[in-house]
Design a protein around this ligand. Structure first.
Ligand code: HEC
Ligand code: HEC
Ligand code: HEC
Length: 523
């Protein structure tokens, strides 16, 4: 009997282990949303009433507003496959347990959400629950969307029902085998980690020094779901903080997603946004580039589908909110330029392997000063992403290259070439180690083992950032051609050692748009 009991126990144990494992692996996934304490639902469906109460907006205005909210919430980043119909889903998420595809969220009645009521829609967005009661994978960032207002969701629903073309394209069945495909562990996860709409609303309505900061907090913590990438996750892959109130880990930098590491958005002077001004931030979110760095990997996607469409007022509110987040690491020293590396590269004496590789492969665009030709070719000197504790993004971009997409306000695209075929693991390690130590940068060295490891993890979907989609406002434009290293050197000598390297003194934002890029005022 005890034997039987033991067997049973061990069966139960292995079953729960399996589901525990399933849960952990399900959640151990890119781009994921996550968490905070939960409570029951139910009070979240008052959107119809708020619609009645809300002003005299006519149907078209409502749709236009919904479209704007869809951009602020970046729905297209996950629900539109580059090059195919908007919101028809099918974007693949590689989970350790199999492949999850995003849903068709067009108003098609068979394949999409055309039959959903507003209450059902709102519940899916805020709570991650489908009309049939099944839980959604937190790849859908509902723990952040829980904060979205009734008014915004009402407009968003109007947009998806009346402003989006229905697409009769079946959702691909998920490639997740049974029993891992069972959704009940997700329900448990949701109970434990996702905020209830009530709790989220209370947090959203907390007091702020100014209405602008309140707006910025709403956009960043809510629809923008910036924390889904930029905040560290706990053991069950829940975000360890969902708002600025939850502590200094909020937006203090997340783990690599698809091999791209989201850096800290807090006030840390070297590895965060401490040195960036509000104008730097708005330029970055509007155009994907500024004098200090450029958006690449999945941040390029976030700008491409999302932030570029936001108004100046909203971008400024987000920037001010981010600038109000104190540094997570109070001890960090601010970045100071150090001309030693530039001097070594220019004199061309006895160069280290990393210096040599940099001169041969990188200096044409990023220059011997590391200042680049910002905002077209980003600086590497003083660039927070280059000093990130985790070097994944840097190894990744050197291996695969990346394209900075054109945006409405800066239509030129610029491409960083891929060096994966040309450089060995040891060479990539040497050049990345060099840029992490040169010009006053200071971050850990990278080994060939790190490079080999990342190289193995690259899949076709992570090989490049999203190619231009139909909503891309302009095709790629030829940028200012990279200059030869010799020219770079002679150019640089005419300038003080610091050159245009980030110094805290920046040209006004307009300078970004009038920078010497041929297509800057196109469109
Ligand atoms: C970070 C990626 C991501 C973002 C951003 C995102 N979604 Fe999703 N969404 C998903 C994934 C993945 C699924 C499928 C989850 C599953 O099958 O459990 C999904 C599922 C859904 C569903 C359920 C559809 C169904 O038939 O079950 C709806 C509705 C939805 N999303 C709407 C939206 C809207 C509206 C937005 C913007 C406000 C949005 N999503 C933003 C990834 C995302
Ligand atoms: C899908 C994941 C993802 C989401 C969502 C996301 N980011 Fe990022 N972000 C990244 C990655 C990866 C980087 C590093 C690459 C780069 O610098 O572009 C980054 C970089 C940045 C940078 C540049 C920081 C630096 O030091 O150079 C800023 C600013 C930024 N993100 C702001 C935001 C804001 C604001 C939001 C929400 C509206 C957001 N991000 C949402 C992944 C993401
Ligand atoms: C032809 C010009 C060109 C060359 C050569 C080049 N890069 Fe780049 N690099 C770029 C462009 C353009 C970007 C911006 C890509 C984006 O934002 O998607 C970039 C981005 C980067 C970034 C990310 C910084 C940021 O803020 O966007 C790093 C790191 C980097 N390059 C390192 C290197 C290294 C190391 C080499 C040599 C092995 C190299 N690059 C060679 C053009 C170049």
């Amino acid at each position: 009997m005890s034997r039987f009991a033991n067997q049973r126990k061990s069966k139960i144990f292995s079953a729960s282990l399996l589901y525990g494992l399933a849960l952990a692996t399900i959640l151990a996934t890119p781009v994921f949303a996550a968490a905070a304490p939960s409570a029951p639902s139910g009070a979240d469906t008052g959107s119809d009433t708020s619609a009645g109460a809300s002003t005299s907006t006519n149907a078209q205005d409502l749709i236009t507003k919904g479209r704007y909210i869809a951009a602020a919430a970046d729905c297209a980043a996950c629900h539109t496959v580059p090059g195919s119909a908007s919101f028809a889903g099918g974007y693949a998420f590689q989970l350790p347990i199999g492949t999850l595809y995003s849903s068709n969220i067009t108003p098609d009645k068979t394949n999409g959400i055309g039959n959903w009521t507003e209450a059902q829609f709102v519940r899916a967005i805020r709570e991650g629950v489908r009309p049939d009661g099944a839980a959604l994978y937190p790849a859908m960032p509902f723990p952040s969307y829980a904060r979205m207002t009734d008014e915004d969701l009402h407009a968003l629903y109007a947009y998806f029902m009346h402003g989006v073309q229905p697409v009769a394209q079946a959702v691909r069945p998920n490639g997740i085998p049974w029993p891992l495909s069972m959704r009940f562990p997700l329900t448990v996860w949701r109970w434990v980690f996702a905020p209830s709409p009530d709790a989220a609303r209370q947090s959203t309505e907390r007091s702020f020094p100014t209405p602008e900061l309140a707006r910025g907090a709403y956009l960043v913590e809510g629809p923008g779901h910036c924390g889904a990438c930029h905040t560290k996750r706990g053991l069950a892959m829940q975000e360890t903080a969902l708002t600025a109130q939850d502590g200094p880990q909020y937006l203090a930098g997340g783990a690599a997603v698809d091999g791209w590491t989201p850096p800290s958005l807090r006030g840390d002077p070297r590895t965060g946004l401490g040195a960036w001004s509000v104008a730097d931030l708005t330029a970055f979110l509007r155009t994907g580039r500024n004098m200090r760095g450029s958006a690449f990997g999945n941040m390029d996607t976030a700008v491409h589908h999302g932030t570029q469409y936001l108004t100046d007022d909203d971008l400024t509110a987000m920037a001010r909110y981010l600038k109000a987040l104190p540094a997570a690491n109070g001890a960090e020293q601010s970045w100071q330029t150090d001309p030693a590396a530039t001097r070594a590269l220019r004199t061309g004496g006895k160069l280290t392997k990393g210096q040599r590789l940099y001169l041969d492969n990188c200096a044409a665009c990023h220059r011997s000063t590391g200042a680049g030709y910002a905002p077209a070719f980003p600086p590497l000197a003083g660039n927070p992403v280059v000093m990130n504790a985790a070097p994944d993004s840097l190894i990744h971009i050197v291996l695969t290259g990346a394209t900075l997409h054109g945006t409405q306000a800066a239509p030129s695209a610029f491409t960083m070439p891929d060096f994966g075929k040309r450089l060995s693991d040891a060479q990539v390690a040497a050049v990345v180690t060099f840029i992490r130590h040169a010009w006053g940068n200071d971050a850990s060295a990278v080994s060939d083992v790190d490079v080999a490891h990342l190289r193995k993890r690259l899949t076709p979907s992570t090989m490049q950032s999203a190619p231009p989609t139909p909503i891309d406002p302009a095709p790629a434009q030829p940028g200012s051609a990279p200059r030869a290293p010799e020219q770079d050197v002679s150019q640089d000598t005419s300038k003080p050692a610091t050159g245009p390297v980030p110094t805290g003194h920046l040209p006004p934002e307009d300078a970004l748009h009038s920078a010497p890029q041929p297509a800057m005022k196109a469109n």
